[in-house]
Write a protein that binds this ligand. Structure first.
Ligand code: NAD
Length: 356
């Protein structure tokens, strides 16, 4: 039996979560695995009902669960709240409390979507897969002092050697299992925290002589991602750089709605969520792409429950549906069939039937 905290959050978070949960239920039934799912409330909706974006009950549920499925939180309605009370802050606090310092963001360039990409086919190459590892509980989103008024504001980019060491060890170990190439992203020419970052990564690299390490400045990296993405395999970056670059990588996957993520640490619960936000511009219309959420379920099966075979079935079903030409609006191209969020879920669920 696995206990799973299900936190849909706000906006399209709720819409895509419905599809993710449904796919998980199918896997549970087919493989006779008891997934006990319990809803938790985090985000703007929780604020409206309970007066806080991060109720204690949700923290407790996450701490006691084997894994957490998260949709997305935030939205214009809650942008007026003080920084410390906002939905985005709630998720940041939750990640910190659970010590989820690794954010694993795989990006797959699918042949079926090449025509819909903003970058030329010969540049991206079909079948290219890379992984961004974003440090998740340090850096500028957490550093102190962090304060501001109408005249002056400050955010502090702080990293300790220990924080850089643990994320880079994770990155080297993943690189060892893949192509043995690692790109570390920083801004070493301008920032003290990046000088430390680079020095620690170099020190850690001595324990992984079989991995070829490259350093890249974040501004150049932003350019290289669209100019020559095939040079990358495993990338590691601090919290903000990784956050920004992985949205850019999302464009190579076809849409932010295609990208899953896993947040991991030393503790027992991993948190799995699509990389996108609550998409207020399309929320409530039933057109959000649920694939990032569904692939996040697959990552949960693989990383939290060691159910690699079942994770593969989900991935194959997603690919089969895309190969047949079905598209949500965000990945639409001429000649393909547009489907809603729910219909995409139906198609993926149906495709899974033929893959057991
Ligand atoms: P966003 O990711 O919500 O949307 C960016 C663009 O991508 C929009 O045009 C949106 O329609 C599109 N998009 C995103 N996901 C999609 C999907 N699944 N299907 C189809 N199209 C999709 O980013 P934003 O607009 O900058 O942020 C909106 C809100 O979400 C903000 O309040 C922000 O703070 C919050 N946010 C939350 C998280 C999180 O909970 N982890 C992450 C990012 C942003």
């Amino acid at each position: 039996m696995y206990r799973i905290a299900v936190i849909p959050g706000d906006g399209i978070g709720k819409e895509v979560m419905e599809q993710g949960v449904r796919i998980l239920k199918i896997i549970g039934e087919k493989y006779d695995v008891d997934f006990q799912m319990e809803d938790g409330y985090v985000g703007g909706g929780a604020y409206d009902e309970l007066g806080t974006c991060l109720p204690e009950s949700a923290v407790k549920l996450c701490e006691e669960s084997d894994a957490i499925l998260f949709g997305a939180s935030g939205g214009p309605k809650w942008d007026v709240l003080p920084s410390d009370e906002r939905p985005e802050k709630a998720l940041a606090i939750l990640r910190k409390k659970l010590e989820l310092f690794v954010n694993l963001r795989p990006v797959k360039i699918r042949k079926s979507l090449i025509g819909a990409l903003p970058v030329k086919a010969e540049i991206v190459g079909d079948g290219t897969e890379l992984v961004m590892i974003r440090e998740l509980t340090g850096g500028i989103y957490y550093g102190q002092p962090k304060e501001g008024n109408a005249e002056r504001a400050v955010d502090s980019m702080v990293y300790t050697a220990g924080e850089v060491e643990r994320i880079s060890r994770f990155a080297f170990e993943l690189a060892q299992k893949r192509s043995r190439r690692l790109t570390s992203v920083d801004k070493e020419n301008m920032m003290e925290s990046s000088k430390l970052w680079r020095a620690v990564v170099i020190e850690v690299s001595k324990d992984y002589p079989d991995v070829e390490l490259n350093h890249m400045l974040v501004d150049n990296c932003a350019f290289q991602i669209v100019a020559a993405p095939r040079q990358f395999d495993v990338m590691v970056a601090g919290n903000m750089f990784g956050d920004i670059l992985s949205d850019e990588l999302g464009a190579l996957a076809g849409s932010l709605g295609m990208c899953p993520s896993a947040s991991l640490g030393y503790g027992k619960s991993g948190l799995y969520e699509p990389i996108h936000g609550t998409a207020p511009d399309i929320a409530g219309q039933g057109i959000a792409n649920p694939i990032g959420m569904i692939l996040s379920v697959a990552m949960m099966l693989e990383y939290s429950f060691d159910m690699k075979e079942q994770a593969k079935i989900i991935e194959k079903a997603v690919d089969a549906v895309l190969d047949k030409g079905y598209r949500t609006a965000d990945i639409f191209e001429e000649g393909k069939k547009t489907v809603s969020t729910g219909e995409m879920g139906d198609l993926i669920a149906g495709e899974m039937e033929s893959l057991y």
